[in-house]
Design a protein around this ligand. Structure first.
Ligand SMILES: [Zn+2]
Length: 148
């Protein structure tokens, strides 16, 4: 189970495992009264040269493992949502890909978005790709995920 927490990735990167996470008061899954520390998982994020250690906890009642995802990021994505959106926006509006990242990677996002729009909104969707991006985000979906 992944919980979104507001935090500065830069601070977590700098402090490593010494970063002070606020432990969930209750298990977000079964509402059990406490959770135990369950180590860390290393994740990569754009702009950082190594692992960012993200805390995990485990619930002794339902045994689920709880891990954090910094808010502002999609699950399993290394770029911020804002970065992905502004890169797609530049391209969709007829401009170039923004520099600083391979066109291949950005192209994957755009194709994934187009596929998702076709699959979920249909070919008659007139709202444009960026509005579709925002719409999927509002539904809690990842607009650029390859899995539909
Ligand atoms: Zn639980």
């Amino acid at each position: 189970m992944v919980i979104s927490v507001s935090c500065e990735v830069k601070e977590i990167f700098n402090k490593g495992k010494d970063y002070e996470w606020s432990k969930p008061e209750i298990c977000p899954h079964c509402k059990g009264s406490h959770v135990w520390g369950h180590g860390f998982v290393g994740a990569y994020f754009d702009g950082f040269s190594g692992f960012v250690y993200l805390r995990r906890w485990r619930c002794p009642s339902c045994r689920c493992v709880i891990r954090v995802r910094p808010c502002g990021y999609f699950r399993r994505f290394q770029a911020t949502i804002e970065d992905i959106r502004s890169r797609l926006s530049s391209r969709i509006s007829g401009g170039h890909w923004l520099p600083g990242m391979s066109h291949i990677r950005q192209g994957h996002w755009l194709r994934a978005l187009r596929r998702r729009v076709a699959a979920h909104l249909g070919n008659r969707w007139q709202g444009g790709l960026l509005r579709a991006f925002d719409y999927f985000v509002s539904l809690g979906q990842i607009p650029v995920s390859r899995s539909l």
